[in-house]
Structure formats: structure tokens, C-alpha cells
Design a protein around this ligand. Structure first.
Ligand code: DX5
Ligand code: ZN
Length: 220
């Protein structure tokens, strides 16, 4: 399958959000990546249901909502109601991860597990058959514009191997520090979904940057 592009609205201009959403609507991007932070699981705070509802009302592509919050189980249905199509929870926040994943799917969303850079991908082996996608953090979650962590390539390769053994339909998504230089190697290592915040919205020509990310040739 061709890889998907998910521009992260965290890097959009919130005084002109309608315009930035319009740009993504017009572009070759596949999803909107929407980062929810609570100031508890991660040091930063972003936004919640009200803003997601507003985004949903004009977005013409599915919303990929990345929860960086403690106790996400409490809010799964609320995120569905706000407009999430894909919903991912951090491994580190779910003591009963299988139940959380099951619930997200029951609610009619694609279910994803997110793993911080310090956690071994092997931790996910037993949940992969039940999961739609894994989001590997390639920075420590909390902020946009951080530097890509190089050990991510090896983590992707390991996860890709596990995917072949347990769930070939699994999608592998990478988030943090993705740019037009590392994207080809990421896709070549097995990534199916590229999240890109600053690279897209700090670009002079976001439409062209999205197109470049979409049409790259996978590299080793
Ligand atoms: C970071 C967020 C990312 C962020 C990526 O915690 O999960 O989605 O927006 O931003 P860039 O692409 O600028 O690293
Ligand atoms: Zn994210």
C-alpha cells in the first residue's frame, strides 16, 4: 500500500485554523493528525473536545486523534462524539490496554497504541493482532519541532518484523521530527503513515511539501 500523510495541526496557525485546515483539505494528505495533551502525562496542554468538534465540522479527511493524556479510558466515547476517526492511546497510560483497544473499535474507530521512544517494541507483540495501528514516537511527546531520534529506524524495522509475524494488516505510524530528508528512509523501513507538523506548516508551500512527502521513493 502507498504510505499516508497526516499533517499535525499542532503546528498550524490557530488564529487562522480554518485556512490551514482548508490547505490540508485541498492537499494530497490523507488524514488530520490531532494532538491532545493534558499537562499531566506530558508537560504541555493543547485542546479538547470543543476544538476537535470545530475541526471536524470543516475537515474533509478523517481525524487521527493522538491522546497524550492520563486515564484516556474515561474519555474514549467523548472523543468519538467529538469526531475522531482514528484514536490512539499511549501504552504507558493504559493498565488494561486490550480492553481500551477493544472499546475504541466497538465505538467504530480505528484503534492505535502509541509507544514512547524508551519503550521496547516487544512490549506490543501480544496486542498487535487486535490493533489497527501502532504509532511510534520518534521524539518525546509534548512538543512540536523537536529533533528526530535516530534509533527510531531500528525500532521500526523490529516492529515491521513483528507485524509480518502477527498482523500483516497493521499500520505503522511515526510521529516527531519527520521531514523531507528522513521520510524516504522511514517509508523504506516500513512506515505506513507519516505525521508531519512543522515540516508542513512552517513550509513556504505546504501543498508542495505534502506532495513531496506523498510522492517520495522509499530508501534504505
Ligand atoms: C508531539 C506530537 C506530534 C507533533 C509533531 O508530541 O505528538 O504530533 O505535532 O510535530 P513535528 O512534526 O513538528 O515534530
Ligand atoms: Zn502526535
Amino acid at each position: 500500500m502507498n504510505h499516508l500523510i497526516a499533517p499535525s495541526l499542532l503546528a498550524a496557525n490557530f488564529l487562522n485554523l480554518q485556512q490551514d485546515i482548508g490547505t490540508v483539505n485541498q492537499s494530497e494528505a490523507d488524514l488530520f493528525h490531532v494532538d491532545v495533551m493534558d499537562g499531566h502525562f506530558v508537560p504541555n496542554i493543547t485542546f479538547g473536545f470543543f476544538i476537535i468538534e470545530q475541526i471536524k465540522s470543516i475537515a474533509r479527511k478523517p481525524l487521527d486523534v493522538h491522546l497524550m493524556i492520563s486515564n484516556p479510558d474515561k474519555y474514549l466515547e467523548d472523543f468519538k462524539n467529538a469526531g475522531a476517526d482514528w484514536l490512539s492511546v499511549h501504552y504507558e497510560t493504559c493498565p488494561h490496554l486490550h480492553r481500551s483497544i477493544d472499546r475504541i473499535k466497538q465505538l467504530g474507530m480505528k484503534a492505535g497504541v502509541v509507544l514512547n521512544p524508551h519503550n521496547n517494541v516487544e512490549l506490543l507483540r501480544d496486542i498487535l493482532p487486535d490493533t489497527d495501528f501502532v504509532l511510534l514516537m520518534s521524539v518525546n511527546p509534548g512538543y512540536g519541532g523537536q529533533h528526530f531520534i535516530d534509533s527510531t529506524y531500528e525500532r521500526i524495522r523490529k516492529l515491521h518484523q513483528m507485524k509480518e509475524e502477527t498482523n500483516p494488516d497493521l499500520l505503522i505510524e511515526v510521529d516527531g521530527g519527520v521531514d523531507t530528508h528522513n521520510a524516504a528512509k522511514l517509508v523504506g523501513s516500513g512506515v505506513n503513515v507519516l505525521v508531519a507538523g512543522s515540516t508542513v506548516f512552517r513550509s513556504d508551500n505546504p501543498l508542495q511539501t505534502i506532495s513531496e512527502l506523498k510522492h517520495l521513493s522509499p530508501a534504505n
